[in-house]
Design a protein around this ligand. Sequence first.
Ligand code: ATP
Length: 412
Amino acid sequence: MSEFLEFVDVSKNYGAIKASDHVSLSVKQGEFFSLLGPSGCGKTTLLRMLAGFESPDSGRILLDGQDITDIPPYQRKVNTIFQNYALFPHLSLWDNIAFGLRVAKCSKKDIKERVEKMLALIQMEDQAWKKPDQISGGQKQRVAIARALVNQPRVLLLDEPLAALDLKLRQRMLIELDLIHDQAGITFLYVTHDQGEAMSLSDRIAVMRSGRVEQLGTPAQIYEAPRTSFVAAFIGDTNFFDGTVAEPVDQRAILRGMLPAVVDKDYSRLVIGDLPDLECFNDKQIKQGEHVFLSVRPEKLSISREEPERRPHVNMLRGTVEDVIYLGSQTKYWVRVGEYRISIVRQHTRFFLDEKPIKWGEEVWISWHADDGFMLEKYSEQDENLLRLPPEAVGETPVEPAPAPAAEEART
Ligand code: ATP
C-alpha cells in the first residue's frame, strides 16, 4: 500500500482553540484508518477539512498526489457518512442510492447496474422499494454506506457512524463495516471516540489529543507500546504507579545474593512511595531522578496465593483482594497494595477443574515481568480531566481513576 492521503502540517484555529495543531499524517490506499480521541480533540475538524467543508489556516491536503486543499467539496473524490445518515425520507432505498448518479447524469443502464451492485453489497436487494422509515437503524446505516460508495469515492469518510445505534446493533455493524471495507477496497477514514470500535476495525489508528496526533500505529502497537500515559489510559485499562527513576538495576540486591552482582543498564529501578522498589525495562533510557508513571496492563499481572519463585526482572508485591468480578471468560481482581488499588485480569482455562478461586479479603501475591511495564511521562492535569469524562464520552472501557493521582492526594 502506498501513501495516498496526506495531511501536511495542517492547522486550523477557531479563535483561541487549536482544533488542528500542525497535524501531519498519511493514510495508505485501501487502508481502514481511524482518528480516535476524546470529545473536542479535533477529529471531525480534520475530516471536514478533507471533505472541503472547512479550509485549513495553513498546511496542505493531498489526495493521490494531487493538492486538493483549495478544491471545492463537490470536486473531491471523497464522500462523507454522517451520524444521522441523512437519507431522503420520501425516496425509496433504491432511489436514495441512485440519487448521486442521477445528479451526475449517468445513463439509466449504468445507474441500474451500479445501484444493484450496491444493494447486493449491503445485502438488501429484497428491500429496495422500502422507504427509510420502514427499515431499522442498522439497515439505514447500510443504505447510507451504499449511497456514498455508489459514487465511487477514493475515500469514504465516516464520522461516528455507529453512535446512534444500540450496543448489539453496533457490534453487528462493526463486522459488516469490516466486510464492506474489504469488498469495496477503498480507503476508509473513520472518526470515533470509542477505542473498542477503532481497535477492532482499523489497520492503523491516530490517537489525537488537543488538536495533535499523540500516537499513530497499528492497534497492537498503540495498546502494547503506548508512547504516552495519555494513550495508555485512553486505550484500555492500565495501572499507573507514580515513581522516580533510580539507578540501573542491581540484580544482586534484588535476588538477595543468589546471583553474582549484575548491573543491567537496560532495566531501571523505580522508587514508588511506600511500595517496594519496582523494576522496569528502560528502553527509552530515561534518566535517574526523573518522575514517571509506570504503566502495567491488568492482563500482564499474575495473581497467586503462594509466593512465586523469585526470578530475575520479575516484580512481586503482596496485597489484599478488595474486589472480585467474575466475567465468565475471565475474572477481574482489585488488589490493595499500600496506597494503590491494582487491577488484574486473569483468563480462565479450566475454571472448576483446576482453580480454587481467589476470594475477597485473601492475601495474595501479584507479579509481572519488568518487560511488561512502560515508563511514561506523567499526563497533565488537563489530560486527567479528559480521561475522567464518562465512558460513553471517551470510549467503552471505563478508565478506572488512576491510582497515582489518588496516591498523591493522599500524601498531601
Ligand atoms: P467530538 O468527538 O465531540 O465530535 P471532535 O474530536 O470531533 O469532537 P472537533 O469537532 O473537531 O472535535 O472540534 C475540535 C475543537 O474545535 C473543539 O474544541 C470544538 O469546540 C472546536 N470547534 C469545532 N468546530 C467549531 C466551529 N465551527 N466554531 C468554533 N469552534 C469549533
